[in-house]
Structure formats: structure tokens, C-alpha cells
Design a protein around this ligand. Structure first.
Ligand code: IPM
Ligand code: MG
Length: 369
């Protein structure tokens, strides 16, 4: 198989971890006989520096002509005081919208070897395996008007808008995932307060009739926030609107111990997708070879699975990550779990090598096997 992939490293540690995704895909290519070609473009702060535009047209065109997109991360203190339409984050929101990437899949899977780094008790955090399905191109992030107004500009308004169609497609996606997972869907809303949530709930109930094998529950977002840390194993698939999904996915990442382990896929209805780590640009550690590349590397596995239907290849990447962790290697964010701390580049090499060879690496940390 031959695929063209657009790589948008972005800012901060995005530039360091992006190499993780390309290196493991090259290793997959070697081992399984595929060809991946990468073309690079700027987004976010890097693009503002280059062309005064957080999402230049060339970047968007490159993505549209590619088979899939990798994104590192955007943002940094340097651009924090720019007007809102010029912020790096604007580039990220624009690319999601322009490419119609309405379905954001954020799997939250606890690695057994990292259990100690979770702030939750091990008996609560172990064996967590959930999929957060976040609506990504609607709601408060995109509703108009969104502005300051009034004589003194001291009245502010943001708009939470959804059409029936926008809700239907994300709910359908979540049901499809629940069917191939553990057949449980939790729809998260605020239907005791918000009109948008009441229609959301109505649509979930309508769709539920088409998926009788899936057990459906509705949960208010405040209760869901609580349950995520008290009984995280109760969740299988969670479906929710844009802002709730943003908040709950950061919260859920902590169950696994580090935001540095969480990959994501943002999909269009035809399977085209953009793949990125859930973590941000982490300007405080950028440039020091300290970032955890595993969220980015696991995002490459999601690309193989969701866009290219290469399941065995995707599993080879997931397995390699697991084995490198089992062999005792850690990035700085995971050092509380013991083992040998390595830099971003070394971690990338270890995992890529493991993917390419498909044979066990020798452990320098026998005690942690
Ligand atoms: C995320 C991020 C973005 C979001 C920011 C950087 C705009 O937090 O992908 O979760 O809010 O969607
Ligand atoms: Mg977020």
C-alpha cells in the first residue's frame, strides 16, 4: 500500500514528537511492505511566524490532497497576546472545520506498567478502557455570534448551536463504535439546563432503537466528571458535545497517569482523518528532548486502523509501545513508575526499532518486566 501523509508538526513539543509518528510508520513500511510518503507544512504559531496566518492555504491544500494528516500541537506563550483570530489555536479549529473532521475519538486505555503514575488508587485505575467520542466541529467552539458587545464592550456572548444533522452523525458514529466494543454507550449532556442537550438526548433515544444490542445511558456532565474518577471502568463509549468532550477527555487522561500517553483521531464521514496527541505544545519542556512521544506514536496506530484499515500493522505499533514500557523505559513524565528515563528521540528509536524487527528487545531493567 502507498499513502501520502501530510505532517504538520506545529509548535513546541509538537515538532519533537511528530518525528515519532513518521519513524514508526517507516518501520511499519519496512516490516510489512508499505510505502508512506511525508510532506510537511506549518500550522499554528510556526505558520504565524512564516506567513502571518495560523492556517495558510498551502497547508490546507496539502492536507486535502493527502490520504491522512499528522498534527503535533499548536500554541505557545509567544502568541498568547495576539487577537483571537490570529492565535495558533485558531489554525487548529479552522483545519478541523475545513476538513469536516466532526468525530474526535479519544481512547483512554490504562497501561498496566504505568498504573503507579495515576493519581487514582490502582484498584480504581486498572483495566480502564474507554472511548470518548467528542463532537468536534460544532457547539460553543463555532457558534455565532461570539463577541464582546454593548457600549463599553462589557457584555460577552458565545453561542451553543447544533443542527439535528450534526448531532445525528456523531451519535451514529458512537453507536457504531459501541457495537464493535463492549456495547455500552453513555451519552453525556446537561439536559436539565440546556435546550441543545434536550435535543441531543432525544436524538440518542431515536438512534438507540436502531442499535438494540447497545445498552444506552444518559448522564449529566457534572455527574460524568465525578464518575470518571470514582468508577472509570463503568464506561465503554462516551459520546458528548464539543466543550464537554474537551474537558472530560483531559480529566480522563489522568486516569492513565499521563496526558503524554493519549492519542486521538479526528475523522470525516468517509474515514479521512487527522491524527494528533491529546496533549498540547508544552512550551515549558519544548526543545529539551523531554517530551513523551507515545501519544503521537499511538496516534499513528489509530491512522493505520481508522484511515487505512491496517489492523495488524496498528497492533504492531501498540504492542511495541507496550513492550518498550514493559522493558522499563520511561520518559520524564512517567518517571514516578520507576525504570530508566530516556529522551524523546531515544524513546522514538526504541519503539520504531521494535516495530521494524518484531522481536523482543532486551531489557536493561529486568526488575520491571
Ligand atoms: C484539544 C485542545 C484544543 C481544543 C485547543 C488547543 C483549542 O484543548 O484538542 O483538546 O480545545 O479543542
Ligand atoms: Mg483539550
Amino acid at each position: 500500500m502507498k499513502k501520502n501523509i501530510a505532517v504538520l508538526p506545529g509548535d513546541g513539543v509538537g515538532r519533537e514528537v511528530a518525528k515519532g509518528a513518521t519513524a514508526v510508520l517507516e518501520a511499519v513500511g519496512q516490516r510489512f511492505g508499505h510505502e508512506f510518503e511525508f510532506e510537511y507544512a506549518n500550522i499554528g504559531g510556526a505558520a504565524i511566524e512564516e506567513s502571518n496566518n495560523p492556517l495558510p492555504n498551502e497547508t490546507l491544500e496539502l492536507c486535502k490532497q493527502s490520504d491522512a494528516v499528522f498534527l503535533g500541537a499548536v500554541g505557545g506563550p509567544k502568541w498568547d497576546n495576539l487577537p483571537s483570530h490570529m492565535r495558533p489555536e485558531r489554525g487548529l479549529l479552522a483545519i478541523r472545520k475545513e476538513l469536516s473532521l466532526f468525530a474526535n475519538l479519544r481512547p483512554v486505555i490504562g497501561f498496566h506498567s504505568l498504573l503507579q503514575s495515576s493519581p487514582l488508587k490502582p484498584e480504581i485505575a486498572e483495566n480502564v478502557n474507554m472511548m470518548i467520542v467528542r463532537e468536534l466541529t460544532g457547539g460553543l467552539y463555532f457558534g455565532k455570534p461570539s463577541e464582546r458587545r454593548g457600549d463599553n464592550q462589557e457584555v460577552v456572548v458565545d453561542t451553543l448551536q447544533y443542527t439535528r444533522e450534526e448531532i445525528e452523525r456523531i451519535v451514529e458514529k458512537a453507536f457504531e463504535l459501541a457495537v464493535i466494543r463492549n456495547k455500552k454507550l453513555t451519552s453525556v449532556d446537561k439536559a436539565n439546563v440546556l435546550e441543545s442537550s434536550r435535543m441531543w438526548r432525544e436524538i440518542v433515544n431515536e438512534k438507540a432503537e436502531l442499535y438494540p444490542q447497545v445498552e444506552v445511558e444518559h448522564m449529566y456532565v457534572d455527574a460524568a466528571a465525578m464518575k470518571l474518577i470514582s468508577r472509570p471502568r463503568d464506561f465503554d463509549v462516551i459520546v458528548t458535545e464539543n466543550l464537554f468532550g474537551d474537558i472530560l477527555s483531559d480529566e480522563a487522561s489522568m486516569i492513565t497517569g499521563s496526558l503524554g500517553m493519549l492519542p486521538s483521531a479526528s475523522l470525516r464521514s468517509d474515514g479521512f482523518g487527522m491524527y494528533e496527541p491529546v496533549h498540547g505544545s508544552a512550551p515549558d519542556i519544548a526543545g529539551f528532548n523531554k517530551a513523551n512521544p507515545m501519544a503521537m506514536i499511538l496516534s499513528a496506530a489509530l491512522m493505520l486502523k481508522y484511515s487505512f484499515h491496517l489492523r495488524e500493522e496498528a497492533e504492531a505499533i501498540e504492542q511495541a509501545v507496550q513492550e518498550v514500557l514493559n522493558a522499563g523505559y520511561r520518559t520524564v513524565d512517567l518517571q514516578s513508575t520507576g525504570g530508566t528515563v530516556v529522551g524523546t528521540e531515544q524513546m522514538i528509536d526504541l519503539i520504531a526499532q521494535r516495530v521494524e524487527e518484531g522481536s523482543a528487545i532486551s531489557s536493561i531493567m529486568g526488575a520491571y518486566m
